[in-house]
Design a protein around this ligand. Sequence first.
Ligand SMILES: Nc1ncnc2c1ncn2[C@@H]1O[C@H](COP(=O)(O)OP(=O)(O)OP(=O)(O)O)[C@@H](O)[C@H]1O
Ligand SMILES: [Mg+2]
Length: 291
Amino acid sequence: MQKRLRVRDGQERRSQVKGHVASGAGLVVDPGHTLVSSSSSFEVAPDWPSQGHVEFQQVVLTYRPGLPNALDGVTFTIYPGEKVGIVGRTGSGKSTIFLALFRMVELRGGRILLDNVNSRSVGLESLRSRLAIIPQDPFLFSGTIRENLDPLGRHTDSDLYQVLEQCHLQAVITQMGGLDCELGERGKSLSVGQRQLVCLARALLTQAKVLCIDEATASVDQKTDQLLQQTIRQRFADKTVLTIAHRLNTILDSDRVLVMHAGKVAELDSPAVLSKREDSLFQRLLTSGQQ
Ligand SMILES: Nc1ncnc2c1ncn2[C@@H]1O[C@H](COP(=O)(O)OP(=O)(O)OP(=O)(O)O)[C@@H](O)[C@H]1O
Ligand SMILES: [Mg+2]
């Protein structure tokens, strides 16, 4: 059933979303689903979620009828400002956690609370503008860096340069001709790592309290990766950061690690505790050096 959602400018529009969906900090590629919200929207406070408290309660998500549950009764609580690494074998449900959080796919059961507000009761546009995501292979607009960072033209040039500097992109953007330089089709003038840094810059501009990172795999060079990690540590110290890690060393200093297995939470504890437990899946992932 299609419902109407009220968006921030007070107008109403249909909540059907197809293709690419803008989020506060990046463009999330809808994996082929047509999303129809089945809930009515709820006006949240302008600074919601001001804490960054994320709670999954018995979340069940299925991509298609007949397929096994991609999330199968997932329950966890992430506290404000926590840095949590998400690991697990391929297909265990890691990316689906983010899709559920951004309501790219609606839940079949359970609920997700952000600062104790059920995400289902919030308009999609509000929800997605308050969370930030750095996808594995970020999709940028064919346009300028300015349009990509600030599509609504809300920020000054000095704000934009400031976040570019914080994300170690100032030199490359200046070299390319400044804020109005064209990024080419889907941002192809930049490497995958640099596109992730653009998403990070966007997340800084929107001041999202919850940042979700789906770490890029082999395609990011080590230097860019280090810059990304360093910026996250410095600039997101008081924000909640969830990182899907493909390289375990990036999350060894996390507050906690969530290990997914077959759509369920298998383990959730500090890396120190999990790596000491001989029978932990985390320990096995560490020893095998792969997921
Ligand atoms: N768009 C989709 N349509 C159908 N099934 C899907 C879709 N996306 C994921 N799945 C299935 O859902 C399950 C969880 O997938 P998910 O992408 O969350 O795993 P993951 O842990 O992120 O894996 P990876 O490490 O390979 O990225 C898998 O069985 C996967 O095949
Ligand atoms: Mg994934």
